[in-house]
Design a protein around this ligand. Sequence first.
Ligand code: TRP
Ligand code: ZN
Length: 883
Amino acid sequence: MPDSSTPPRTIRLADYRLPDFLIDAVDLAFDLREDGATVTSRLTMRRNPATSDPAAPLVLDGQDLKLTGIALDGEALGANRYTVDAEHLTVTDLPGVFTLDITTEIAPQQNTTMQGLYTSGGNFCTQCEAEGFRHITYYLDRPDILARYTTTIVADKAKYPVLLSNGNPVETTDLGGGRHRAKWEDPFPKPSYLFALVAGDLVAVEDSFTTRSGRDIALKIFTRRGDHTKVDHAMRALKASMAWDEQVYGFEYDLDLFMIVAVSDFNMGAMENKGLNIFNTALVLASRETATDGDFQRVESVVAHEYFHNWTGNRITCRDWFQLSLKEGLTVFRDQEFSGDMNSRPVQRITDVRRLRAIQFPEDGGPIAHPIRPESYIEINNFYTPTVYEKGAEVIRMIHTLIGPERYRKGMDLYVARHDGQAATCENFVAAMEDASGTDLKLFRRWYSQAGTPEIVVEDSWDDAAGRYSLTLRQSTGPTPGQPDKQPLHIPFALGLLDAQGRDLPVRLAGEAAPAAGTRVLSLTAAEQRFDFDGLAARPVPSLFRGFSAPIKLAPQPRDRLAFLFAHDSDPFNRWEAGQQLATQLLLEGVAARKAGQDWRLDAEFVAAIGRLLDDPALDAAFIAEATALPGESFLADQMRVIDVEGIHAVREAARLAVATALRDRLLAVYRANDDHGPFDVSAAAVGKRALKNAALSYLGLLRDDAEATALVLAQARGAQTMTDVLAALTVLRDRDIPERAQVLQDFYDRWQDEPLVIDKWFALQATSSLPGTLDAIRALTRHPAFTLRNPNRARALISSLAMGNPLHFHAADGAGYAFLADQVLALNAANPQLAARILVPLGRWQRHDPGRQAAMQAQLDRILAAPDLSRDVYEIAAKSRA
Ligand code: TRP
Ligand code: ZN
């Protein structure tokens, strides 16, 4: 925790300096006890030949440490040779080459921050990214210091039979007196943020993978006893990831052992520590009874993500934390592509774009907007953001789209050839892509430095005499904090042209020979640019930015065009998108009408189009489920200049009811046709059927007076065999004020009270209800015996579910939702600043609310800023949100 008397300092990319010292080797020894831990560290160091000051002192990072010993080349250091402050250990008069022995005492059992060494469920574990290692021992805790680690762990043998660290096990010894020792050695130099240690009473599920060069890799997933029955899916995903990375990128695993440990107290999803990934239980454990299909897919993608980091992150790491997207954006792109290959590719793209729009677009339009390579930060933990991750992935995807898969692969090969074993920059990555592809990416680099979501307006014209169709595109990006003026970006523009029957035509630029029919990737590089297309017999229908070829906002398009594309586009993403855009226009019209006191009904043509999709045999079930769902309340809010919270909810619900009423019999037929009781699996086909069945159920559940529909919902809530189905039914009941609701919820709790991840769903479900009185119910749930702010999953299940998943109640006009959130932020500020800052983010999004809500949100930000002993994390988000 930072000293509360020092004002938070801003760290700047422009201030990056090479380190004055290098660390070649680290020997760590941990003595783990019930009253704390002793850490001894031997650092083998030398002055950095690349820096110039031969007299520079050594400044090691360290926080919350008790220094009990320090020796230089084996001799205890005199007190005049070093100083200690709250964040550093400084040693002067050092030779060119030396060893430093440092002993520190730490208190893992008291560590509630979940950074550094801490305990979870009675086991020891670590989280060192970004700057956790400095809570373990004094060190050059920065990612450009790469060292070889050996780690010795001593602990009670009965309590902690499993002792793990990075790399390969070299020995285990019984020390007598009930204690034992294990030693690990990691042959690959690594930054401190990839260090990991686990000590606990864990069971392992084991498997193996043979690499393409014939090496056998032992795979182990460790969980607490009882949870080992839920790791099959993670293990399958791990093996599939290993095979995929060999096939698609030529990346083979490099150690002989790969381990995953599941812990229930974890601030984020998972962590890619070398050879020893540590996972939030929520992202490893999955069984049909306890996990939804969405959970299964997240497990698969996060297992892949962390595994993929072994090359993109670990072998090639980041020079400094401003380069975070170098590993995160790239690795998210890789896991998205993997998931696309494992599941339905179009539905994967839809899911990823939905997520980008739900979490990244609001960030890019709000007070903490930043480029994917930020220029400054107060607390790096605050920059593990949707922008760095999800927009970062879109930036890599755009390079892939612009240069094509073969040249992209050549670029990756060159990137690895140049930088394996190094700490690199985003510039290094782009340079490798540029050099290998021969494509000029000079202008493209602006995506790394410019924040904000570009908005694009497209106009078209048709010259019948010349058979020429023209598209004029204009791009602009609004101001973001610190960046008032924006420049044009290099935007990949994937275009299709359709004839009147919906068939793809060749997209032929004026003067060219005709290419094959289908999507064409063009480059938009100016503020305004015109494209002329020749060889057309009649005016075509344009399908713009197919596959969401760039993270942009496209201005509303003519309705007849959207309706046509919704019925015909061969690009499945754009077909879905056309439906969403059309629905958005209709619903926003409804919101405006409601506000003006006018009648409004959902367009019957649109309802009919949904009806035609429902049982189109040519379409994949998962796709139909996506295409027949209306855009969410947050997405709609994001399209309004001044958000009408109640209007959006009321109109969207009315529209959903209109669909349900008009299509009742077809929905029921779809439900029955997709209600499969065969053996459970999570194949794309089976998942798609459940998704479509439950999409139908979510409509049918709105028919309050329909006894058959209600009976269906209740039967599914009580008797379904998968969590996917149970939760889909509970989600209907969540919003229905019927007598059975309370009993069904209570039965669910009683059945699952010993499964924390399921109880998280129980909290989240209630926190997202639209029923009146929901905020009171949430307040009461904070006093439920199973509720605790100290477990991040539980805290998020109740609090972030309200703030991010329940706009109606979070944005209640009386400001009670805001006050509730601020209470929780203040309650968490000291114990877990990283989590406190994260749950606070939605309170900063006041800019497009009405004056009353703006004032209420700002008042809560002021209240937080006035609190004593604010953590750097919370201070940074609150201060930037208030500005
Ligand atoms: N590198 C991790 C990932 O994306 C992110 C992460 C896990 C993290 N735990 C963290 C970041 C704690 C900051 C703090 O895969
Ligand atoms: Zn990552």
